[in-house]
Design a protein around this ligand. Sequence first.
Ligand code: BGP
Length: 469
Amino acid sequence: MARVKTLPKGFYLGAATAAYQVEGATQEDGRGQNMWDVYLAKHGQYSPDPASDFYHRYPEDIALAKEFGLNAIRLSISWVRLFPKIDGPVNESAVAYYHDLFKTCLDYGITPFVALHHFDSPQEMLEEGDWLNRKNIDRFIKYAKFCFLTFPEIKNWFTINELISLASGQYLGGQFPPNHHFNVSEAIQAEHNMLVAHARAVIAYHDLNLPGRIGCIHALKTGYPNSNRIEDIQACKRYDAYNNRFLLDGTLLGEYQSETMQLLQEVLQANDASLTILPEDLAILKKAAPLNGMFGMNYYRSEFVREYHGESIDQFNSTGKKGTSAFKFKGVGEFVKRPEVPTTDWDWNIYPRGLFDMLMRIKRDYPTVPTIFLTENGMALKEQLNKEKIVDDSRRIDFIDQHLEQVLKARQAGVNIQGYFVWSLQDQFSWANGYNKRYGLFYVDFETQKRYPKKSAYWFKQLGASLEE
Ligand code: BGP
C-alpha cells in the first residue's frame, strides 16, 4: 500500500528521457554521428535503433504522459541532430522537430525541462578530447546560445546531465567511450572542465536576459563509512569529495573549499594524477554560481565505503546478475554491500534515507542553493508483459513511494524541492546495459513499439490527480 497519496500544490510530477536513449532514427533527416553511434557500431552490444522510436512517436508518448497525470517532462536535445558537423551549419529539420516536440508538450500543459548535453557528445568532439579539450567548451557555448535563442518556448534549461557519471564512465570504469580505465587525471579534469562549461553557459544565458531559468544536474550518492574506524571515515570523505563535494562546491559555491581540495589531492596523489585549474576558471565559477536558477539532483543509491589501497577495480554488472559487481578505487575506498540493505538486480543499494540525508546536507552546506528538482529517481527491473498485457511493477511503486516520502519529509524540514521526475517515462535502453534494464512507467514492446501502461503508471495517475484537487 503506497504511503504517499497526495502531492503539494504547484509540485512538478514528471518523468525523464534522454534524446539518445529514446529517439532512435540515428540515420534520419541529416543527423550527424555522436560518440555512442561509433562505439556501439564497433562493439555491437546492442543497437541504438529504434530505441523507443520517440523521434516518430513523441505525440503518443506525450499524450500518455498527460493521460497518466504528469505535468512535466525531462527531455534533451541531440547536439548532432541540430549540428550534424560540429562546426557546420544548423540542420533546419532538427530545429523544426524540436519546436514541434516542445509545442506538443506545452499544448498538453506539460512543462518541458530540457538538457543540452545528456552523455551524447558528437563523435568529432570525442575525437578531439571531448571535455578534456577546452576548444570543445567554446563549441558547447556556441551550441548552447543557439538553443537558448532558437527555442524561447523553453523556460527551464539544464546544461549538462550527471557530470560525474559521464567522467567516471569514460575514464574510470571505461563503460562509456573512449573506454579508459582508472585514468584519474582525465576523470577529475573532465569534471572540472564540465563545471566550467556549465558555468559559462549559465553566464551566457543570463547575459541574453531571457525569461527562464537554468541549472545543472548532478548524480549525488550519500557515502556512509562502513564502520567507525577512522580509516573508513576518511575513505568515505575522499569518496564524497570525488563524487559529490567537488561538484557541489563548483556549481553552488563557485569555489572549491580548501577541505574539498585537500581530500581531492589525496585522491590525486594516490593515483599519480594531476588537475589543472586556470585562474580564469575560478572567476567564471564564482560569477556563475549565484546565476543558477535551479538545481537538478539525480538520486538512485547510496554507498557504504571502506578504506582501500590496492589496485583499482570496477567489475561492472551489466546483465542484472545479482552480486556480480565490485568497485574498488585505489586510495579512495571500496564499496561494501550490507546484508540489511536491499539491492536491485544490478547491485544498486536501495536506500531512500540517503536521499533525505543528501537534501539536508545541501540545505546545510549550500544554503544559497536555488529551487531543487529531483530530476531522476527510479528502479530498474527485468520485465515482461503478462497474458493480460499488464506489467505488475509493484516493486517499482514501492521504490518510488519510499523516495517520494523522503522528498516530502525534506520539504517539511525546510528544503526547497519543487518536483520529482521518475526515470523513466517509457522503457528505453540503458547506456552500458542495453534493452533488458527497464525503468519506464510505460512498457515498450521494442519489436512492435507498442506502449503498455504498467501498474506504476496507474499509481502515478492517482498522484497526478491529487495535484489538481
Ligand atoms: C542516469 C542517466 C540516465 C539513465 C539512468 C539509469 O545516470 O542520466 O540516462 O540511464 O541513470 O542508469 P542506467 O541506465 O545505467 O541503469
